[in-house]
Design a protein around this ligand. Structure first.
Ligand code: ZN
Length: 262
C-alpha cells in the first residue's frame, strides 16, 4: 500500500487479516530494479578488480610500477571498499523495488545476503594471499591485513540488509468489511467511508469475499509506474479473479457512473 494521492484521505485504523500485528508499510518503492542490479554487479566486479591490483602490488611489485607498491595496495583496497559499498546500496535498492518471495527461501536468502557475500569475495582472498605470502615484508603484511579486515567489516555491515523485504510484504492489500474488492492504496477514495481496514495478502482478501483488485487502485498504480518511468509490474498476482467480476456498486463508482456516497 502507498499514500500518493493528492487529496487529504481519511485516516484509517488497521487490523491484520492474519490476527497478528499489522506490518507498517513504507509504500511501494519504484525504479528500475533490473538496471540497479546490473549496476551493483558491475560495481562489485570492479571492486574485485581492485582487489586483484592490491594482490599484484604485494606479489608482483615490479608490475604497474607507477607508485610505491605500499600505496598501490592501500589505494586499491580503499577504491575496492567504495565500489563494494556502492554496489551493495544499488542491490538493496533493487530488493526494495522487486524483492524475492519467501516462498523460494534460497533465492530470498541469496537476494538479501549477496552484498555480504560479495564483500567477503572482495577482501578475504586478499587477506589470505597476503598472510600466506612468504616474500612480503612485515610492514606490508601488517598494514594490508589490518586495512583489509577493517574494510571487510565495513563493507559487510553496510551491505547487510537489516530489514529485508519480501514480495509478500509489498503485495499486502487492504479492504473494508462491506466492500467486494480489495485495494492497494489505503487512501483510495472508495475507502473514505470506512474507518477500519483489514490488511492482508491477496489470498486472505479473497477468503474474506473480496473478489478482485479495485479498478481505481489498479489505474492509479499503473499511472504511478508510468509517471516514474518504472517497469509496470505484472498485476496478475494482485488482480485475483478479475475475469468473472460482475458489475457492482464499487465498479459503477470506478466508472464514475454514480457519485461517491461520501
Ligand atoms: Zn481502491
Amino acid at each position: 500500500m502507498a499514500t500518493t494521492r493528492k487529496r487529504t484521505p481519511r485516516q484509517h485504523t488497521f487490523v491484520s487479516a492474519g490476527g497478528g500485528a499489522v506490518t507498517p508499510t513504507t509504500g511501494r518503492a519504484t525504479g528500475n530494479s533490473g538496471l540497479l542490479r546490473v549496476l551493483a554487479v558491475v560495481m562489485w566486479l570492479l571492486g574485485i578488480g581492485c582487489e586483484v591490483i592490491a594482490v599484484l602490488a604485494v606479489k608482483r611489485p615490479e608490475l604497474l610500477d607507477f607508485m610505491p607498491s605500499m600505496w598501490r595496495m592501500v589505494g586499491a583496497l580503499v577504491i575496492d571498499l567504495v565500489l563494494v559499498i556502492i554496489g551493495s546500496q544499488c542491490w538493496k535498492k533493487a530488493n526494495r523495488i522487486s524483492p524475492a518471495s519467501r516462498k523460494s527461501p534460497v533465492k530470498f536468502w541469496l537476494w538479501n545476503n549477496l552484498g555480504v557475500i560479495m564483500s567477503v569475495i572482495a577482501f578475504a582472498p586478499f587477506i589470505l594471499l597476503l598472510l600466506t605470502d612468504k616474500n612480503a615484508d612485515g610492514k606490508t603484511k601488517k598494514i594490508g591485513a589490518v586495512l583489509a579486515v577493517v574494510a571487510l567489516v565495513i563493507a559487510g555491515l553496510t551491505s547487510y540488509d537489516f530489514s529485508p523485504v519480501a514480495q509478500e510484504d509489498i503485495d499486502q492489500v487492504c479492504w473494508a468489511a462491506g466492500g467486494s474488492v480489495y485495494h492497494i492504496y489505503e487512501d483510495c477514495y472508495h475507502l473514505d467511508r470506512t474507518e477500519e481496514l483489514t490488511v492482508g495478502s491477496v489470498e486472505e482478501a479473497q477468503a474474506a469475499g473480496k473478489d478482485r483488485l479495485c479498478y481505481t487502485c489498479q489505474a492509479n498504480y499503473q499511472a504511478d509506474m508510468e509517471a516514474q518511468g518504472s517497469e509496470v509490474e505484472d498485476l496478475n498476482d494482485l488482480n485475483g479473479r478479475a475475469d468473472d467480476a460482475d458489475l457492482d456498486a464499487d465498479d459503477l463508482m470506478d466508472l464514475d457512473l454514480i457519485p461517491d456516497a461520501a
